[in-house]
Ligand binder design. Structure first.
Ligand SMILES: Cc1ncc(COP(=O)(O)O)c(C=O)c1O
Length: 369
């Protein structure tokens, strides 16, 4: 008997998530020196974590024999002070990805529907399918979530509505007023998930806490993987009403977040100056790259996150060409955009290298006719 015949049907149709390629992998594949490769494929922070976070993580490693604080008590206390909410209004996950999966555990089963934008962060769709539920995808309008159309897509079967703002892969964001009106307009049987993975890059991030305080079925997801530069340590969190947090805690594994990540996250949160500096440097890098793309007459989507979509003709060919020059970007055919790449804004040097590699590839591509 083959093993597949024993698996749940929802697993058999599930694609494996395609992550951006690690530097070492690309170096081996192409015979390049890993030190000369830059990765602008997964929207990580090119400035790394705050030195305070590195110090705290190193200290925590010495206590590696002990299980971590399973309730993430200290981090929840600190997040409560940071956001002005109660510590019981936070749930911490192994990256915000895990929280999306926990939402599936709590709310989704066969026959349920999840409303999401297309394209938006692919994990909403993967988790929906994993639990046998149906993704209801609503096309973007002007590259941005079409919130009225998403509200219209809600049916009695809708369990979750996912909004990614700023959105991955487009970098576009909805205004606070739009988001607030949208959440208030939805029926009570729906839980809204607002994914704020890139919210710290916005100059004026929306404050959605009033919606939580007024008891709406809403959870906002945040991560330490982006502006806080801790992607490898896997810490994300959600803030919501206490009852929603309790439901998510019921389906969480006992020690889902490791102690090194917890220590680093605490320290990162206390270094607001570092995060602020990263946001400013990224905005300057974005302005520079957008201007340069304009000079190259390449279309890009005006982005408010730490990455930008660029129309290059063939995303896959561009990805391969740039990879040979040691620059890893993300082709986005899997998001339905085969003609585009998604590029993370890097340090000044990274951005210069990306543009030089892109120009060289464009030259070669035009030579080939
Ligand atoms: C929109 C969005 N949400 C969530 C995540 C997951 O982040 P993590 O699991 O590292 O916290 C990502 C990662 O790329 C993302 O782009």
């Amino acid at each position: 008997m083959n093993i597949e015949s024993l698996a749940k049907p929802s697993v058999l149709t599930q694609p494996v998530y395609e992550p951006g390629k690690p530097i070492e992998y690309v170096a081996r594949e192409l015979g390049l020196d890993p030190a000369g490769i830059i990765k602008l494929a997964s929207n990580e922070n090119p400035f790394g974590p705050s030195p305070l976070a590195v110090e705290a993580a190193t200290r925590a490693l010495a206590q590696g024999a002990l299980y971590p604080d399973g309730g993430c008590y200290e981090l929840r206390q600190r997040l409560a002070a940071f956001h002005g909410l109660g510590a019981d209004q936070f749930v911490v996950g192994n990256g915000s990805n895990e929280l999306i999966e926990l939402l599936g555990h709590v709310f989704l089963g066969p026959g349920d529907e999840v409303v999401m934008a297309n394209p938006a962060f692919v994990v909403y769709k993967l988790v929906t399918r994993l639990f046998g539920a149906k993704p209801v995808e609503v096309p973007l309008r002007n590259w941005t979530h079409d919130l009225p159309a998403m509200a219209a897509a809600v049916t009695p079967r809708t369990k979750l509505v996912c909004v990614c703002s700023p959105n991955n892969p487009t970098g576009t964001a909805n205004s606070a007023a739009e988001l607030i009106q949208f959440v208030r307009s939805l029926p009570e049987h729906v839980v809204v998930v607002i994914d704020e993975a890139y919210v710290e890059y916005l100059e004026n991030p929306p404050d959605l806490k009033p919606l939580i305080r007024e008891g709406r079925n809403l959870i906002c997801l945040r991560t330490f993987s982006k502006i806080y530069g801790l992607a490898s340590l896997r810490v994300g969190y959600g803030y919501a009403g206490p009852s929603l947090c309790t439901l998510l805690n019921r389906v969480r594994q006992p020690f889902n977040v490791n102690a090194i990540g917890l220590a680093a996250a605490l320290a990162a949160l206390s270094d607001a100056k570092f995060a602020q500096g990263c946001a400013e440097e990224t905005r300057a890098g974005m302005a520079f790259i957008e201007a340069q793309l304009g000079l190259l007459r390449l279309e890009s989507v005006p982005s408010r996150a730490n990455f930008v979509l660029v129309k290059v003709g063939s995303g896959e060919a561009c990805f391969r060409g740039l990879q040979k020059a040691g620059v890893i970007v993300r082709p986005v055919a899997s998001y339905g955009l085969p003609g585009w790449i998604r590029v993370t804004i890097g340090s000044r040097t990274d951005n210069g290298r990306f543009l030089a590699a892109l120009k060289q590839w464009l030259g070669q591509a035009s030579d080939l006719g």
